[in-house]
Ligand binder design. Structure first.
Ligand code: SAH
Ligand code: SF4
Ligand code: F3S
Length: 484
């Protein structure tokens, strides 16, 4: 286990081992040597800063990067002060890429003031064809570029990069293996993401994720349980099981292990109070999973069930493998099993060929289901995906107008739903002191809604009983209903 490994006992003059993760620990020991030399020369520890774009899986990857940097002796700081800045990028929509290029301009200006500053880029955007070429041509000041498949080699890449001023680029086409037992530094002491699978095999026609994250690979259930046990022993009360499509977890094992079965094993772990998961593809949501959720004491009453579109014709073109009717029937089935379940979703507006009638179908589903909240996105053309080649890309103005209509409807419905819980008693996991008012703390209900309540930092990490006093659209003000 990594926190039992003593880097100082590793002989860095020997050939690095071939097997993983031992090889990475060898390089972490080398990085620590570099950190010590830096400290001696400058009278302070080198500092790092990470910026994460994109989804929960990227956030978890960043915790792994931070874990390695901290173990080797780097201290965390802000971007402006950092000697080592790392951007973990996303490329799911074009604007995610634009954001990174924009920020790189700013980093370049910082680097001009601090020539020792090193810049690393990793994550999904690096896996996209053309990006590396563009960086090599126009962003020569970047020191290190790597992708999603070799992130486990970060210590080795960091070590190489610290010893040269040349730009190092290492991006792989495919994932070789899942490497366990690398360090990780959690952002929150009381909650954590846990990867259960990597990659995606669904190839929704608009989506770039399968191209940049590779084929689906499930983690060994024993490793997952071991990680959750360790987290629980370390004070974590809430976990979120992460995968692009958790419902297809374990299908490739012999014999297969279903996601529902995995949930049962995780539920049995002592010390854990809440289990969440993300994301569920509607096509694979099994009756077994619904049963396990309904009977569970720990699985949160929240299901994120991306709809994408309410039009069966568009869903077919999106390669989603369900129809408007089967989606609605699924919602009815889960609601019947769990009447208090919050359902949230993702919706794309302006997929190529989307007509006003198609859009009306989406609005119809939104109204029929009554989502507790929805992430709405304007379709973004991703080169290399099948949808990018489709004719009839919808004019920007039309999409914008539909998007606004959808957003208003989604927000009105969400506010109406939220209002229904005003006055009720809820369990809230307190996560932080309120950003705007230090006399308040902020936490999350079982159904993932946000609550602000009077309290101090001592409550952070505790699950408290709260009366919801007032609803403000999609969040609440509450008061402790019992002394914790
Ligand atoms: N695996 C998850 C989603 C991952 S991406 C799932 O299938 O549910 C998160 C969301 O981004 C998607 O649900 C989709 O709504 C949106 N998205 C993906 N590609 C997009 C694109 N090209 N344009 C706009 N939104 C997109
Ligand atoms: Fe993308 Fe579809 Fe895979 Fe989700 S399931 S990551 S939307 S291809
Ligand atoms: Fe973005 Fe990669 Fe996640 S493209 S949404 S960070 S898997």
């Amino acid at each position: 286990m990594y926190n039992e490994i003593d880097l100082d006992k590793i002989d860095i003059n020997r050939e690095p081992p071939i097997e993983e993760p031992a090889r990475q620990y060898h390089y972490m020991a080398k990085c620590r040597e570099w950190v010590r030399a830096f400290e001696q020369k400058n009278g302070r520890r080198p500092c790092f800063s990470t910026q994460t774009f994109g989804c929960q899986m990227n956030a978890r990857d960043s915790e792994k990067l931070s874990g390695i940097l901290q173990l080797t002796g780097f201290a965390e700081t802000t971007e402006d002060e950092a000697d080592f800045v790392i951007y973990n990028t996303c490329t799911v929509r074009e604007n995610a890429n634009n954001k990174v290029y924009g920020r790189l301009g700013y980093l370049h200006s910082l680097k001009k003031k601090n020539p020792h500053m090193r810049i690393a880029l990793c994550g999904c955007m690096m896996q996209e064809p053309g990006v590396v070429e563009k960086l090599k041509k126009s962003y020569r000041f970047v020191n290190l570029v790597f992708g999603t498949h070799n992130i486990y080699k970060f210590a080795e890449l960091l070590s190489r990069s610290l010893e040269t001023d040349k730009m190092i680029v290492d991006v792989w086409e495919e994932a070789e293996q899942i490497v366990e037992d690398l360090p990780v530094e959690r952002k929150y002491p009381f909650k954590s993401g846990v990867n259960i699978m990597f990659g995606c095999n669904n190839f929704c026609s608009y989506c770039i994720v399968p191209y940049v994250r590779g084929r689906e690979k499930s983690r060994d259930p024993k490793e997952i349980v071991r990680e959750v046990e360790r987290l629980a022993a370390d004070g974590v009360v809430e976990i979120m099981l992460l995968g692009q499509n958790v419902n297809s977890y374990g299908k490739t094992f012999d014999p297969p292990v279903s996601f529902a079965r995995l949930l049962q094993e995780v539920e049995a772990i002592e010390g854990l109070s809440r289990i969440r998961f993300m994301t569920s593809h509607p096509k694979d949501l099994s009756d077994e999973l619904i049963d396990v959720m309904a009977q569970s004491k720990k699985i949160c009453r929240h299901l994120h069930l991306p709809l994408q579109s309410g039009s069966t014709r568009i869903l077919q073109a999106m390669n989603r493998y369900y129809t408007k009717e089967t989606y609605l029937a699924l919602v009815e089935k889960v609601r019947k099993a769990m009447p208090d379940l919050a359902i949230t979703t993702d919706i794309i507006v302006g997929f190529p060929g989307e007509t006003e009638e198609d859009f009306a179908e989406t609005m119809d589903v939104v109204k029929k289901v009554g989502f507790d909240s929805a992430f709405t996105f304007i379709y973004s053309k991703r080169t290399g995906t099948p949808a990018a080649k489709l004719p009839e890309q919808v004019p920007e103005q039309v999409v914008k107008e539909r998007f606004d209509r959808l957003l208003t409807t989604v927000q009105d419905i969400a506010a109406e739903k939220a209002q229904q819980l005003t006055g009720s008693i809820q369990k809230v996991l307190v996560e932080s002191v309120n950003d705007h008012d230090a006399s308040l703390v902020t936490g999350k209900m079982d159904n993932n809604a946000t609550v602000h309540l009077p309290g101090s930092a001592q409550l952070i990490g505790r699950i408290v009983t709260v009366r919801l006093e007032e609803c403000r659209g999609f969040y609440y003000y509450g008061k402790l209903a019992e002394q914790p």
